[in-house]
Design a protein around this ligand. Structure first.
Ligand SMILES: [Zn+2]
Length: 330
């Protein structure tokens, strides 16, 4: 496919020249004619404050969180309004720390027909946990979320997609603590996270282990490219992103999984001083246009909650069982 090849080249040099971006545009136009599909995709939101992201963890200490200006209410309400306008249902992965401070917000999410799932208590990445500490974190968070929302919590997403080959034991801990699925592995290479050899679609590490639902990637050549949201969604031209997600639906015949954060639709958030340039670039890039990009995304695709999309598949469609080995047995 010449179009796919030029899209691949374009992605490699995504911050490159105008000629590169022209190549993206032309390949998008060429290929968008051939792909379509009524597949419903999964819409997810990681509910956390702008100052709780991994990019700023060396700049803002957890001890300073309570004295920082909260914006999560503003961003999340904007997200809820947007979803309501488009009739879209979603899964909200919420920090326990946020739920304790914003119970009304949690109850609005439930009242509007969305799923509540866990994002851990305070965004500690799993590499900072022993299995015992992780068990305590997810047990506590599930309890907080259920007590406040009044609904069962079945899903979990690791902060910064921090489940990989080093800590696959976490999937067992999640099953033992009553979770039904995890969405914590990103099958890409990235400086902060990723497990590039993991399956791209829902899988189990053993027949009896928890269902892992990875963030969506598109396969071009011999590499996986991210098309599940985050900074890439703000970096790439929208048409490129749409082409990639349509390709997953049409070629792989699989639902995509998209994620973003309330702070991404809040261009009025305070600017963090003193953070590294790369962190600031990733965080603040194209915040002004995020809302309109999301409107297009919600219009161009059909969206639903994780539990309604993937948990019924536990019956008729058995997910792939991947042969993955833990690096360190625990
Ligand atoms: Zn997060």
């Amino acid at each position: 496919m010449g179009g796919a090849a030029s899209a691949l080249d374009a992605l490699k040099g995504v911050s490159g020249s105008d000629a590169t971006m022209d190549a993206v545009q032309s390949s998008v136009l060429e290929l968008s004619e051939n792909v379509a599909g009524p597949i419903r995709n999964a819409l997810t939101v990681d509910v956390e404050e702008y100052f709780q992201v991994a990019a700023f963890e060396t700049t803002i200490a957890k001890a300073d969180w309570d004295s920082s200006l909260s914006r999560v209410d503003i961003g999340t309400r904007r997200v809820l309004d947007l979803f309501a306008a488009h009739g879209a249902k979603a899964t909200f992965f919420v920090l326990g720390w946020i739920a304790e401070r914003h119970p009304t917000l949690l109850r609005r999410i439930v009242a509007e027909g969305h799923e509540i799932a866990s994002h851990g208590y305070d965004h500690t990445r799993l590499h900072g946990f022993t299995p015992g500490q992780f068990r305590a974190d997810v047990t506590r968070t599930k309890q907080i979320l259920e007590d406040i929302s009044g609904v069962a919590v079945r899903g979990y997403r690791a902060p910064s997609y921090s489940i990989d080959r080093r800590n696959l034991w976490a999937l067992d801990v999640l099953a033992e603590t009553g979770h039904a699925y995890s969405s914590s592995i990103y099958p890409i290479r990235h400086d902060l996270y990723g497990m590039p050899d993991a399956p791209r679609f829902p899988f189990r590490v053993r027949p009896d282990s928890i269902l892992e639902i990875p963030v969506t990637t598109v396969r071009l050549g011999r590499r996986n490219y991210p098309c599940g949201g985050g900074g890439y969604f703000r970096l790439l031209p929208y048409e490129v992103f749409r082409w990639m997600l349509r390709r997953v639906n049409a070629r792989d015949h699989q639902p995509g999984l998209f994620y973003f954060h309330p702070w991404e639709v809040d261009p009025g958030q305070p600017r963090i001083q003193g953070a590294p340039l790369k962190s600031r670039f990733r965080h603040y890039l194209n915040l002004d246009s995020m809302h309109s990009r999301l409107e297009r995304l919600l219009t161009d695709f059909d969206w639903g909650r994780m539990d309604t999309l993937f948990l019924p598949a536990l019956g008729p469609v058995a997910p792939q069982v991947a042969e993955l080995q833990d690096e360190c047995a625990v």
